[in-house]
Design a protein around this ligand. Sequence first.
Ligand code: FDA
Length: 570
Amino acid sequence: MLTTRPTSLCVGFFLLFLSLPLSTLSQPSMSSDSVYDSFLKCLSEKTKTPQSQIAKIVFSQANPSYTSVLRAYIRNARFNTSSTPKPTIIVTPLSESHVSAAVLCSKPLDFVFKIRSGGHDYDGLSYISDKPFFILDLSNLRDVSVDLADQTAWISAGATLGEVYYRIWEKSKTLGFPAGVCPTVGVGGHLSGAGYGNMLRKFGLTADHFIDAKMVDVNGAVLDRKAMGEDLFWAISGGGGGSFGVVLGYKVKLVPVPATVTVFRVEQLMAAGAVDMVHKWQFVGPKTDKNLFMRMLIQPVTRNKVKTIRATVVALYLGKADDVVSLLAKELPELALKKENCTEMTWFQSALWWDNRVNATQTDPKVFLDRNLDSSSPGKRKSDYVATEIPRSGIVSLFNKMIELGKIGLVFNPYGGRMADIAEDATPFPHRNMLFKIQYSVNWKESSPELEKGYLNQAKVLHSFMTGFVSKNPRGAYLNYRDVDIGVNDHGENSYKEGEVYGRMYFGKNFDRLVKIKTAVDPGNFFRNEQSIPTLPIAKRTGVTERGTAKRWSGAGGATIVASVLLHVF
Ligand code: FDA
């Protein structure tokens, strides 16, 4: 649950000297109308655009389009209710200068500044807060430009993965990009939080393919890799953009894909040997040919009025059907894969197939340009990592537990291959040497609070049940499978300690470097959310070199703030 303690204006504002009384800046006490008016005035001045024009991208709650703009990118219906906290203002920039101005004009206001690209945060952190907040919605910044000559692409934060795949497909049938399998996921959150998809065993994480990036920092400056420096570039390559600035986009290296790939989906019930198949999968999935990614879905189902477990392998093989059938006949005979289970297609069609389009070879590629606005069901996700195979008896007890709980399912995503070749500190993502990742997954249709409570509880109970089987000290979690159950930050005096709890689970030892970078680039903790990287407590900032440059800016209410800014660490 999110906490409800009130925040103070000065919280986290290191070395901040205010030249006006605090009350002048404490904007949440202002009416929404005056916040809107002063924000609009500031935006108009900074962008040198008439207020009537800039008003088209700023939505107060009084605007008739406010609700549709807000709901368009709410991707978890759990946070799409009348009681869900709503932002005071939503800004939908059309250009980089709008983003810079939005940062500068929000800074003097005591509102939490939420950044949203595709809105797929599983716990809604890009569009909810229990404190007064704005949303910066980047969905209009969606350019994707593919350069065939050097096999790269610039992809903007507000683009969806479907748009990225489509734009690559338009230009080349033998290039692809190793990112997530859901086409409506946004680039901004997915890439900055590391990202992975079904080519992970061959090519590693999405973040392993960054060449350059563009972001707006806390001073409103637009920085590329050279200007931001290698530390900050490293941080936004998996550490989550939302702690460091507003990511505008990434330049990425595309990867070669064969002209023909193979997909298959094979199911097994407990009575047909699912226990043995799942047990053996652990020894094969993470070690087999790196062209093969076999995701394992484990779900409670009812068959002939009896509750049981269904284990489903959903796979992508970067090669021909005959080859994968003979490979698995040797390595995983328990799966009993046959050629008729397999379909050969192009890589782009396989992306459609993974999006549950059974007739992928007949599907119009343009469906990937459809953003499916305002469509989602309520759900909850959690994550874990497995470092050593779960014994057969453990699989049996897990299946029995899942039957008892009734709804929650698990997804096992195999690692190995390229993942294990890359150092744990090459990016902020530390879980390179794990055998596989577990996603706990539950979605429901009903809108009953009682049922919701029950489903959320199933997720917690199963997570707790798995303790003996998963990584420890710290227990791992994947940032992009956002889970506020593992800890939240109130950004008060215990911010560092609170941040360490979830931060070590997401980032392991890399948390320390992320904190130093955060302290250097955003010492006032403007870019914060319930699970952002905290700044170092002042007493511990000795390792951070303070350049001491004074920075001055004007608030929307005319307030002037002077802050000493830390420019660099190390
Ligand atoms: P959203 O806009 O909600 O942002 C997520 C977080 O990133 C928030 O904290 C937000 O503030 C921050 N953020 C967003 N844009 C930013 C920007 N421009 N600058 C700075 N910070 C920014 N993951 C995966 O690795 N592989 C997969 O296959 C899938 N599949 C998948 C399917 C579905 C249906 C869902 C709902 C989610 C996934 N995910 C996933 C998880 C997904 O990668 C994760 O939720 C991403 O953070 C989503 O990015 P969005 O931009 O859509 O989310």
